[in-house]
Design a protein around this ligand. Structure first.
Ligand SMILES: Nc1nc2c(ncn2[C@@H]2O[C@H](COP(=O)(O)OP(=O)(O)OP(=O)(O)O)[C@@H](O)[C@H]2O)c(=O)[nH]1
Length: 989
């Protein structure tokens, strides 16, 4: 209030001659007048030239001056109060701003943390997704609430746009088209992605969710972090099938995207709050008088006006002193280039006078290509009057092209820019709201709530009450919040009257003695430059135009108030709203995830109570079974081996006595002396054949024993395997045992050398055997066997001599052995030699010997059918026992895989040892397979149980971690929220 001079047109008296001039009265003058109110000849200030004039003042004049003084004092008081109020407001604003900036920073890092948690540690459950994907048995508070909600859209956007609409707002079917079409217009520049149907399709005051009504905040519903899961870009409705088909990880990914977007928006909010400039977008119907209104606000004929729609540009008017070093000029922005006032390459420079030409040239441009002008103009009015240069905040006024179907989208987009704080919507009182206007206004006010509405050309309306009612009713439907505060936000004016556009303004006069404090404002409206063609002061105002000016003055005061005193509302409230929404969402996420984690922890704990003992039981059973199985295996293998040894030894013993090892095999019939050779051969075949049968018998017994053992093992498995483990058995096929050996031909299968079937001389008379028997060196002992067996392996040279000797000795032995016994025979032989020395004996010795020899030969021949099997059997037995008849590397050692038997091929072992080892190996192999199968299933079962335990432990750990994390997050949300809640005064400012 540095300059306290007011322009006061006065009428009549000494000053009537100067009625067209503006009188200026100073405080000093008025003080003086007050000091001598009754002085007949008082000194009256000549308001025109500042000099004093002396004369007799009439009572009327005195009264007039008193009234004037009172008004001035009141005005000064009001000015002081306003300044104080502004200062206070500025203080509160700064505090609020700092709190919000702090809260935004903290929330940003909380979001970053949540994203990291979601991506790297544990997927965050998102409301409805949780209900669908988490354990169905477990109730989840947040999710459950949604599923029980009666609102169709409360669960995961499963409803259509209408279903999601807040019923507190009137929804206009006629506007639905634009609502949805704009919601899906993701291709538009500067456009945030499509939104969920519950949300605004346009955001006049920001690009994100700060465009949500504060009142509609609901702690149980996502808003900012709500996921848009609509199907299809155009006209699609959300599909619950799609939602259900979405994996939790996909939902988490979408949530991450949403949080990232929110982080970006927080950064924008920061910038927006830190920005000291406030932008006021003036838009409205074609030809509604927007440019006239802007000129009226500026008191300058800056923007071209015409009876035809003419504005084709977005012209942002800024204060030249504040923003451009005082230089009045126009910068035309280069499309696609970021504007920088300090960089002339980003714009082309023009004079203010060029605006008309630029506007005219841009007439044919499409709305998207409409040039954007930065118009730096000096605001000559006093700080407290000026809108642009008010000393508190830099205001920019943007004159936009008129709305029609083409420009609607562009202007809506322009309005969505972050830095647009206030939208002033100009509508012609003559036309009310056109369809485009309705669309724009409904969208702009739908979420933003407040729009400043100027109903212009009110002077043209005859039935003003009717018009007012109609327009207000429309506003009530389109923007209920604006309607509620219509006294401040809706103004019926005649902008032309301020700047001479309307016909009535040209000869308007003001009646002084009816002036009220509101008239002061009217007089400010009158403070137009002298160059103005239709200055209100030029011809004096009629009461008609006086009313118009008063209305405009009220509008200006309200607009200033709205932009300045209530800039908190336009700048901070959206941020506060957004923050509250976001924090509420994070809080909800934290609660949902805490609930889910609690459920998971409970589930995991319960599962562990079962799984841990089950694992321990399973491990114990396994250990026990393992030792039992080992014992069983050893027992069976030993039994098999002993049985095999016993049976094979018995078989070999029989063979050794020249008898077949089994009854089912019989020796061949003696074919006579002339076929004795073949006889010996057949005996050999028969005896080895009987051995094969005996061996098969051993193998069959082993199969039976093994089958029983396998059966026992499997039963043990059934008994010990834990519940739920697959009990399917490996099928045991006993026939497969020894099948390979049996498939081999005779001797090879038996693992014997081919010599065992070759006829030997000893098969007919085994001299060494008889000698051994004769010398009493044992009855079939091992040493004797060796000695006797060696007879069959001597060279052919010795054969004749040995055979002759064998024959002779054999005869003696046989005779002696048969009649007197061996000893007696030898004794007889000694006595015979004694007789040789006796002459008498020598006489009959020859015939006796001849007789004896003949007898022996006869006996030998007669005994051949018995002696051959005996000799063959004895030789075979010897070969089998000594291992000399067992082929090294033969079937006995190679047809089985050595399992736990260290005997290798090539080692000389008896037939019994070899085959008993083989069958026991085979048995061990089969049993190992059976037990291995069982153990394998045990191991699987244990691994499964361990996995289950580990899984539940991990689940419990993860849930525990989530509980801690979300408890921390919720606490942080609480702290930040308290800070945001401290941002006060926005609702009443
Ligand atoms: N009677 C009357 N005429 C007005 C008023 N305001 C503007 N006009 C006239 O209406 C016509 C259009 O005014 P403009 O300011 O150019 O309108 P606009 O909304 O900027 O037009 P475009 O943006 O070009 O569509 C001009 O002839 C103005 O003189 C008013 O309050 N009363």
């Amino acid at each position: 209030m540095a300059s306290q001079q007011y322009a006061t047109p006065v009428k009549g008296g000494a000053h009537s001659s100067t009625s067209s001039a503006t009188r200026r009265i100073s405080s000093a003058d008025l003080d003086q007048l007050l000091r001598s109110p009754a002085t007949p000849q008082s000194k009256v200030t000549d308001f025109n030239n500042g000099s004093s004039a002396t004369g007799t003042a009439s009572t009327n004049d005195t009264r007039l001056l008193f009234q004037q003084k009172e008004r001035e004092i009141e005005s000064q008081r009001q000015g002081r109060d306003a300044n104080q109020l502004l200062a206070q407001h500025q203080n509160v604003y700064e505090q609020n701003k700092e709190r919000l900036l702090d809260a935004i920073t903290e929330t940003g890092s909380l979001l970053a943390d949540l994203r990291d948690y979601n991506t790297n540690k544990r997927i965050i459950h998102y409301a409805a997704a949780t209900a669908q994907h988490a354990s169905p048995s477990a109730p989840q508070p947040g999710a459950l609430k949604r599923s029980q909600s009666t609102r169709p859209g409360a669960s995961f956007d499963d409803s259509d746009a209408a279903g999601r609409t807040d019923t507190s707002r009137p929804f206009h079917p006629s506007l639905q088209r634009c609502y949805t079409s704009q919601a899906s217009s993701s291709s538009l520049p500067n456009t945030p992605e499509r939104r969920a149907p519950a949300r605004s399709s346009t955001a006049p005051f920001g690009g994100e969710a700060d465009d949500i009504d504060n009142d509609n905040a609901n702690d149980d519903e996502m808003s900012v972090l709500r996921l848009d899961l609509r199907v299809g870009a155009v006209g699609g409705t959300p599909s619950s099938a799609l939602v259900r088909s979405l994996e939790r990880s996909s939902v988490a990914q979408l949530l991450d995207g949403r949080m990232e977007k929110s982080q970006r928006h927080l950064e924008n909010l920061k910038q927006r709050i830190s920005d000291t400039q406030s932008k006021v977008l003036v838009t409205g119907d074609l030809n509604a008088g927007k440019s006239t209104f802007v000129n009226a606000l500026l008191r300058r004929d800056l923007m071209p006006t015409d009876q035809q729609p003419c504005t084709t540009v977005f012209c942002e008017v800024l204060d030249a002193d504040d923003s451009n070093g005082g230089a009045e000029e126009v910068h035309m922005l280069k499309p696609g280039t970021a504007y920088d006032a300090k960089d002339p390459s980003t714009y082309t420079r023009h004079t203010l006078a060029d605006i008309e030409k630029i506007v005219a040239e841009a007439e044919d441009f499409s709305p998207e290509d409409a040039p954007i002008l930065k118009c730096y103009a000096r605001d000559t009015r006093a700080t407290q009057d000026s809108l642009l240069r008010n000393g508190i905040v830099d205001i920019a006024l943007i004159d936009a092209p008129g709305l029609n179907r083409d420009s609607l989208k562009t202007t809506a987009l322009f309005a969505r820019q972050e830095e647009i704080d206030v939208v002033v919507f100009v509508v012609s009182a003559e036309n009310h709201f056109t369809l485009s206007a309705k669309e724009f206004l409904w969208n702009a006010s739908h979420d933003k709530a407040y729009v400043f509405i100027v109903v212009n050309k009110y002077d043209q309306i005859r039935n003003k009450d009717k018009c007012r009612k109609l327009v207000l009713e429309q506003i009530r439907q389109l923007s209920p919040r604006t309607y509620d505060d219509a006294a401040n936000l809706v103004h019926f004016v005649d902008s032309g009257a301020v700047f001479g556009a309307s016909s009535t303004a040209a000869d308007a006069t003001v009646v002084d003695d009816e002036a009220t404090p509101a008239d002061e404002a009217v007089k400010k409206v009158e403070g137009v430059p002298e160059s103005a063609p239709h200055s209100a002061s030029a011809g004096g105002l009629t009461s008609r135009s006086s009313e118009s000016l008063r209305a405009f003055a009220r509008l200006e005061a309200s607009l200033r108030d709205f932009v300045l005193l209530k800039r908190s509302k336009s700048k901070l409230l959206p941020s506060k709203t957004y923050m509250l929404r976001l924090l509420s969402d994070i809080g909800l996420l934290a609660r949902i995830n805490t609930a889910v984690a609690n459920v998971e922890l409970g589930e995991a704990s319960r599962a562990l109570e079962v799984a841990r003992p089950a694992l321990a039981r399973c491990q114990a059973s396994h250990a026990k079974l393992e030792s039992v199985l080992e014992g069983e295996e050893d027992e069976v293998v030993t039994a098999v081996m002993q049985e095999a040894q016993r049976k094979l030894n018995a078989a070999i013993e029989l063979i050794g006595r020249g008898l077949p090892a089994v009854e089912s095999v019989s020796l061949p019939a003696y074919p006579g002396l002339f076929n004795v050779w073949e006889y010996a051969q057949e005996v050999r075949h028969a005896l080895t054949g009987s051995l094969e049968v005996a061996l098969r018998g051993v193998e069959d017994t082993t199969r039976g024993t093994t089958s029983q053992a396998v059966d026992r093992v499997q039963k043990m498995g059934e008994a010990h395997l834990p519940e739920g483990v697959e009990k399917r058995q490996r099928i045991f096929n006993p026939d497969a045992m020894f099948a390979k050996r049996r498939s081999l031909p005779g001797l090879v299968g038996l693992g014997l050398t081919t010599e065992v079937v070759e006829v030997q001389p000893s098969d007919f008379f085994d001299a060494w055997h008889h000698f051994a028997v004769l010398t009493g060196s044992g009855q079939g002992g091992e040493g004797k066997d060796k000695a006797l067996a060696s007879s069959s392996s001597r060279g052919d040279d010795e054969l004749g001599m040995v055979s002759g000797l064998s024959l002779g000795l054999g005869a003696i032995t046989l005779l002696g052995g048969k009649t007197l016994g061996a000893k007696t025979a030898v004794d007889a032989l000694v006595r015979v030699s004694d007789l040789v020395g006796n002459p008498t004996a020598r006489r009959w010795a020859g015939p006796v010997f001849a007789l004896l020899s003949t007898g022996l030969v006869v006996y030998f021949i007669v005994d051949l059918p018995n002696s051959v099997p005996r000799n063959v059997g004895r030789a075979l037995r010897h070969g089998l026992v000594s291992g000399s008849a067992v082929a090294t590397g033969g079937a006995a050692t190679t047809t089985t895989v050595a399992v736990g038997d260290k005997s290798g091929a090539g080692e000389v072992r008896s037939f019994t040892a070899q085959h008993s080892a083989r069958v026991s190996r085979e048995t061990r192999k089969v049993l190992r397979l059976a037990t291995w199968d069982l153990q394998e299933r045990f191991r699987d079962a244990i691994a499964q149980k361990r996995q289950e335990v580990e899984r539940e432990e991990a689940k419990a750990k993860s849930a525990q971690m989530a509980l801690e994390y979300f408890a921390g997050a919720e606490a942080q949300v609480g702290r930040v929220r308290a800070k945001v809640d401290e941002v006060v005064g926005l609702e009443t400012a």
